[in-house]
Design a protein around this ligand. Structure first.
Ligand code: F0G
Length: 353
C-alpha cells in the first residue's frame, strides 16, 4: 500500500487525482539493540532506504507526481544531489511523463546517476553545485513547460509528512527525540509538520524534540550563513543555501531542538558502525543522524547532550537512503578478493578455522 492509499485523508488528493504510486512508505522502524546499549536510551532507526528507489524522496514524489498528472503537466523538472532525481525519474516513468534532472556535474553518487539514466530521465549536468541547479530549475519552472518536483513544491512536503505519521503509528505515540540529516531542509520541515498535524488530530499526545545534523563543510543553518562552496563526503547533503532554511529553523525552535554538525570522518564511522552492528546499510548522508546521536553521547561540544535526554525516552533516527547508492568510499576500503581452491580445507583456512 503506498502512502496516498494509507494516508489519503491527510494529503491534498481528490477523488479525481490519478494516483501514481510505486508502493512507497510503510518502511520499517527498527529497534536497534546495540545502538540502544551504546547510547543508554531506547533507539529506533526509521529505515527510509527501503523505499522503491532507495530513499525517502519517494514519499513526496508519489504526491507531487500524482498532482502534476492531475493538472496535466507537460514534463517534470528537478535539481538534485542524486536521490530526488532518481525518485522523480522513476515516478515520471511510471506516470508516462518526461522528466528533466539538473545535476551538479561529477558530484552525484554512482548508483543515483545510474538510476536516473535507467529510468529514462533527461539528465543535464551543470558546471555548478546543487544551489546553482535549484536556481536554474526555479527559472525554468516559471515558463510553464515544467512542473517542479523539488521540495519547494508543497506536495512533496505533504507526502514526506507520512514518515512522521508512520513513526507515531508504530510507536503508539510520537518519538521523544527525532534525529535526521539536513540538506535542503525539506525533510525536517515535513516531519515537524507531520508530527504537529497528527497531534492536532489526537493521534499522538506529544511532540518530539527535533535535532537535525548537517555536514561540517555544508552547514549553512548551523553557521547561519550561506556556504558558497559546500563540501562533504555526504554528497546528498552538499548544499549551501537550503530552500527550507526558515522552516527548518522554526521546527528546531518550536520543538526545543537543535541543528548540529558532524564531520566526514564521524559520518563514515557511523555508516560503518550501523552496517556492522545493526545490519542497516545506509549512504553517508543518512549516517549523519547516527553520527549526530554519537556526538550527543560523546562530545562536550554537542548542541544537544544525551544527558538532557531522559532515560525512558524513545529516540528515532531517520536514515534517508540506501548504502548501495553510494558505494565509492566503502569500495575503496575493500581489499581485492583472492580466490581459494574449492575444497573444504581451503575454505576453513580462509575463514581462519
Ligand atoms: N539524506 C539523503 C540521502 C538525501 O538525499 C537528502 C537530500 C537528505 C538526506 C536531506 O534531506 O534536503 O530534505 O534536508 N537530497 C536532495 C536530493 C537534496 O536532491 O536528492 P533534505
Amino acid at each position: 500500500m503506498g502512502v496516498i492509499q494509507r494516508y489519503r485523508e491527510y494529503l491534498p488528493i481528490a477523488e479525481s487525482t490519478p494516483v501514481v504510486s510505486l508502493g512507497e512508505g510503510s518502511t520499517p522502524l527498527v529497534f536497534c539493540p546495540r545502538l540502544s546499549t551504546r547510547v543508554g536510551r531506547t533507539v529506533f532507526v526509521k529505515n527510509e532506504g527501503v523505499n522503491p528507489t532507495g530513499s525517502f524522496k519517494d514519499r513526496g514524489m508519489t504526491v507531487a507526481v500524482s498532482k502534476a498528472m492531475e493538472h496535466r503537466a507537460r514534463a517534470l523538472i528537478c535539481a538534485s544531489t542524486g536521490n530526488t532525481s532518481a525518485s522523480a525519474a522513476a515516478y515520471a516513468a511510471h506516470a508516462g511523463i518526461s522528466c528533466v534532472v539538473i545535476l551538479p556535474a561529477g558530484k552525484i553518487a554512482t548508483g543515483k546517476l545510474l538510476q536516473a539514466f535507467a529510468y529514462g530521465a533527461k539528465i543535464v549536468a551543470i558546471d555548478g553545485n546543487f544551489d546553482d541547479a535549484l536556481r536554474l530549475v526555479r527559472e525554468l519552472g516559471k515558463g510553464g513547460d515544467f512542473d517542479i518536483v523539488n521540495s519547494i513544491n508543497p506536495d512533496r512536503i505533504a507526502g514526506q509528512k507520512t514518515a512522521a505519521f508512520e513513526t507515531v503509528d508504530d510507536l503508539g505515540d510520537a518519538a521523544d527525540f527525532h534525529l535526521l540529516p539536513v540538506g535542503n531542509a525539506g525533510n525536517i520541515t515535513a516531519y515537524w509538520a507531520g508530527y504537529r498535524e497528527y497531534q492536532a488530530c489526537g493521534r499522538s499526545t506529544k511532540l518530539p524534540v527535533m535535532i537535525g545534523f548537517q555536514a561540517v563543510g555544508a552547514a549553512p543553518i548551523f553557521y547561519n550563513r550561506i556556504v558558497e562552496k559546500p563540501e562533504t563526503v555526504a554528497s546528498a547533503i552538499r548544499i549551501g543555501n537550503p530552500a527550507s532554511w526558515k522552516q527548518a529553523r522554526s521546527a528546531v525552535i518550536e520543538s526545543h531542538g537543535a541543528i548540529d554538525v558532524v564531520n566526514d570522518e564521524e559520518i563514515l564511522a557511523a555508516q560503518m558502525w550501523l552496517a556492522r552492528h545493526e545490519g542497516i546499510f545506509v549512504e553517508p548522508a543518512s549516517a549523519a543522524s547516527v553520527a549526530g546521536l554519537f556526538k550527543c553521547c560523546d562530545s562536550k561540544e554537542a548542541a544537544y547532550s544525551v544527558q538532557k535526554i531522559p532515560e525512558e525516552s524513545r529516540i528515532v533516527c531517520t536514515v534517508t537512503g540506501h548504502g548501495l547508492k553510494d558505494p565509492e568510499v566503502i569500495t575503496a576500503q575493500m581489499k581485492k578478493l583472492k580466490s581459494v581452491p574449492a575444497t573444504v580445507n581451503d575454505v576453513r583456512r580462509a575463514v581462519g578455522l
